[in-house]
Design a protein around this ligand. Structure first.
Ligand code: C2E
Ligand code: MG
Ligand code: MG
Length: 592
């Protein structure tokens, strides 16, 4: 029975106050009851025993929650069931308090609607004694979604920068405090990086504030892009940004490095990555602009133990870096100790370049349909006498920053060329891929630097694939096209590496003379269980096939992944399932 339709007499018989039937009609021809059911609120009467047993619920409740009054009447537990799990305990405690003390009930909470949404309500009720002495709840529910929304917005604004949507200083400090507490418990390190654009004032003055805002938005996006998902990027206002790197291991994977040095290195690699991301021109409307930033880094626990001081130190270091010249970074304090660490890493890398402490490992690239190895990718490692074999993640970014990537890249090419010739002499006809860093790619002397080593070793250019990352390729697609077309005339072929991690313009992609699209392994890893990743990978495969490129999936680790990818039309693959990167000597055996 719908209590809203209960004859007034029945309500009265139930002892409900307030809803006393009204005999005389008010002026506009509506009964009080009808009036009640038109106000933008829900009026209810409920029993006191248990959490709720609804006697009357005005019909507006249906629009709010999707449950008609009859449903409320039929199920005494409905209200408690619909309370949002995060609010339930608090609200039930309050209700109990009202039941016991007779005090006013005044609560804001969320109810789950029939369609699974939430509504924010304010519920005000009092205990009222009926004719027979029983106590009843008599209350009003008001929809407060709009006010809540406004409050959320205020809260958001209080914690975020309006222009970029990034966290602001307040939020940054709060998160930093939490991360510091965690770092204390688990003996971890935390780094704070202060980032400040050089000559930002000039942009505002010459191009206008709109351009300035646009630049800040773009810088925010690049900083977010180069940081890890768990890092925090904040804007303090103006052209000042802060980065928080938390949960850093106190030692590093550089096994012989002392504790502090490990953290320093991580922060340095991030600093190098930030500087690298700034190197690409910014496009503001029709204008292309180059900007640099000065960085300052401060570390917990070596420099400071609290959020404020860490931020202050990072900013002080940033100013020192700015003073020394644009586009650099300084680690706080720039005393002998730190400079020493940096010098040491620099020295180590320089020494490695001099002594050619590099080795190439090769990872087979297979034809997914029949498992045949069609080529290998050359991946460089640092064979440090003290620390053993180090992966590229330990040194490539820093090498780029220090201008040492060119000699490393040159070594890679010469080594790969002669290895390829040796394999050929053994009767192995393999395509060989190698990775080109962005800095090498934009080098005006690229063509001769790539072709000369290959030619002089007698390695056929047609058997060599140059891998460039999507980000590098799409930075300036017109120039990329020019460079690729030039090299292609010589016979070289190209692959876009880590596809899916950058932003590609599809029309530009179509125009690039690229043979292979390498799907980044972050898309492959969740396969085949993750439908979203599955859809993404499928569409990248279709895109590649549609553009006449060979789709290649990186990082295949399981048979299920291989099967899924093959079914979707992926042609080539690479990954631990087939082989880890291995020394050159092991390749012939893997082919047989
Ligand atoms: P990349 O070109 O995308 O190379 C693939 C990376 O994925 C390699 O890491 C490889 O070991 C790893 N990998 C391959 N299969 C699997 C798998 O099934 N599961 C997982 N989890 N990983 C897999 P590596 O050797 O550490 O190289 C990392 C990156 O360093 C390369 O990414 C490339 O961007 C860069 N790099 C490597 N060698 C050179 C080089 O000679 N010059 C330059 N500039 N960069 C290089
Ligand atoms: Mg690669
Ligand atoms: Mg890759």
């Amino acid at each position: 029975m719908n209590p809203a339709r209960l004859p007034p007499r029945a309500l009265e018989a139930a002892g409900a106050p307030l809803l006393r039937p009204v005999r005389e009609r008010p002026r506009r021809g509506l009964s009080y009851r009808e009036l009640l059911e038109r106000v933008p609120a829900v009026v209810y009467v409920a029993g006191r025993n248990g959490v709720s047993s609804t006697i009357y619920m005005s019909p507006q409740i249906e629009e709010l929650t999707g449950y008609a009054p009859s449903a409320w009447e039929a199920d005494a537990e409905l209200w408690a069931k619909l309370l949002h799990p995060e609010d339930r305990e608090r609200v039930l405690t309050e209700a109990k308090r009202t039941n016991e003390s007779g005090e006013l009930f005044d609560c804001e909470y969320r109810l789950l609607t029939r369609r699974g949404r939430t509504v924010w309500l304010r519920d005000r009720a009092q205990l009222v004694r009926g004719n027979d002495g029983t106590l009843w709840w008599q209350g009003v529910l008001i929809d407060i979604a709009e006010r809540k929304h406004a409050e959320d917005k205020v809260a958001f604004l209080a914690y975020h920068d309006q222009l970029t949507g990034l966290p602001n200083r307040t939020m940054f400090e709060e998160i930093l405090e939490l991360d510091l507490a965690r770092a204390r418990r688990h003996d971890l390190s935390v780094a704070v990086v202060s980032v400040d654009l050089d000559d930002f004032k000039l942009v505002n003055e010459t191009l206008g504030y709109d351009a300035g805002d646009q630049l800040l938005g773009e810088v925010a996006a690049r900083l977010t892009h180069v940081s890890r998902e768990t890092d925090v990027v904040a804007r303090l206002g103006g052209d000042q940004f802060l980065l928080l790197l938390s949960d850093l291991e106190r030692g590093s994977s550089l096994r012989s490095a002392p504790e502090e040095e490990g953290t320093t290195l991580t922060a340095e690699v991030v600093a190098a990555r930030i500087q690298e991301s700034m190197r690409r021109p910014f496009r503001l409307g029709d204008v292309e602009l180059y900007a640099t930033a000065s960085l300052g880094i401060s570390l917990y626990p070596v420099d400071a133990h609290d959020a404020r001081t860490l931020i202050q130190n990072a900013e002080a270091a940033m100013y020192r870096s700015r003073k020394a010249g644009p586009g650099g970074y300084v680690i706080y304090p720039s005393g002998d100790r730190r400079t020493g660490a940096r010098l040491k890493m620099g020295t180590l890398l320089h020494r490695a370049v001099e002594r050619r402490e590099w080795v190439l490992h090769y990872q087979p690239i297979v034809n997914l349909a029949d498992g045949r190895t069609v080529g290998v990718e050359a991946l460089v490692r640092w064979d440090d006498p003290a620390r053993g074999i180090l992966p590229p993640s330990e040194f490539i970014a820093l090498a780029e920053e220090m201008g040492l990537i060119e000699p490393i890249g040159e070594w890679v090419l010469r080594e790969l060329a002669s290895q390829s010739v040796r394999w050929r002499e053994q009767g192995l006809d393999l395509e060989v891929s190698f990775n080109l860093s962005p800095r090498q790619f934009w080098d005006p002397g690229l063509a001769s630097k790539v072709i000369e080593p290959l030619r002089s070793a007698g390695c056929p250019l047609e058997s060599v694939v140059v891998e460039i990352t999507e980000t590098a390729a799409m930075t300036d697609p017109a120039r990329t096209q020019e460079i690729l077309l030039g090299l292609r005339e010589e016979g070289l072929r190209f692959a876009i590496d880590d596809f899916g991690t950058g932003y590609s313009s599809l029309s530009r992609l179509r125009d690039l003379p690229v043979d292979t699209l390498k799907i980044d392994r972050s898309f492959v890893a969740p396969l085949p269980g993750d439908p979203q990743a599955g859809a993404l990978v499928t569409s990248i495969i279709q895109l590649a096939n549609g553009l006449g490129m060979v789709p290649l999936a990186e990082g295949i680790e399981s048979e299920d992944q291989r099967r899924f990818l093959t079914a979707q039309g992926c042609v080539q693959g690479q990954g631990y399932l087939f082989s880890h990167p291995v020394p050159a000597e092991e390749i012939p055996a893997r082919l047989r």
